[in-house]
Design a protein around this ligand. Structure first.
Ligand SMILES: CC(C)(COP(=O)(O)OP(=O)(O)OC[C@H]1O[C@@H](n2cnc3c(N)ncnc32)[C@H](O)[C@@H]1OP(=O)(O)O)[C@@H](O)C(=O)NCCC(=O)NCCS
Length: 174
């Protein structure tokens, strides 16, 4: 982050702030408070703090957060993804972006990172479930090369909605 002193001794952001302001790293316990705020806005049945905490101690889990630098709050979690890598399968369990940070490409880049890291850990195929009504998510996954391979009837107990099962191959990391 580039900061330049102003004449009045306050600081202003340099022009390259935006490109330097996005950061992704493995989820930490201190991120969970922010993740829960986004989770509650995004999902009808949000995961609990305990669920996210359990992921941090699960050896098969890969949980990544993306922060955007915010002059008031410093690094501010704006997106996250929770995944399991079991054998050669990546299972994408959670992918969410805070409403005010959508359509900035955060999910696109986060998914690239998850696929790349899981490929390095030996995953060759990625799977996920998504609601047929969730057009933004389906559009994201289709853009990233996923295809619908099946339906899980009544998968979402709170609405009885079916889930689409989507899958893609993970490209080999050279
Ligand atoms: C789905 C979600 C993760 C997308 O996050 P995002 O950061 O806004 O997505 P991006 O900006 O990276 O967009 C990537 C692609 O997703 C698709 N997309 C994202 N939002 C969309 C929308 N509102 N309508 C249509 N397509 C959309 C587009 O294909 C887009 O590519 P483009 O910009 O070239 O058109 C976000 O809307 C979200 O958190 N939704 C609530 C939680 C959720 O449903 N998670 C998925 C559960 S399976």
């Amino acid at each position: 982050m580039m900061l330049h002193p102003d004449t009045d001794n306050s600081f202003k952001l340099s022009e390259d702030t935006f490109s330097m302001s996005e950061r992704s790293y493995p989820m930490r316990e201190t991120d969970i408070r922010h993740v829960l705020e986004i989770e509650r806005l995004c999902f009808p049945v949000p995961w609990s703090r305990h669920s996210f905490l359990a992921e941090l101690f699960n050896p098969n889990a890969l949980s990544i957060v993306t922060t955007l630098w915010d002059p008031l709050e410093k690094d501010n979690v704006r997106a996250y993804s929770c995944n399991h890598i079991i054998g050669d399968e990546l299972n994408i369990l959670r992918m969410a972006v805070a409403p005010e940070a959508r359509r900035l490409g955060l999910a696109d880049r986060l998914l690239d990172m998850v696929m790349s890291l899981s490929g390095q850990k030996g995953a060759t195929e990625a799977y996920l479930e998504v609601r047929p009504s969730n057009k933004p998510a389906i559009s994201l996954y289709l853009k990233k090369g996923f295809q619908v391979i099946g339906i899980r009837p009544g998968y979402y107990p709170e609405t009885g909605e079916d889930a689409l099962i989507m899958m893609t191959k993970i490209k080999e990391i050279s």
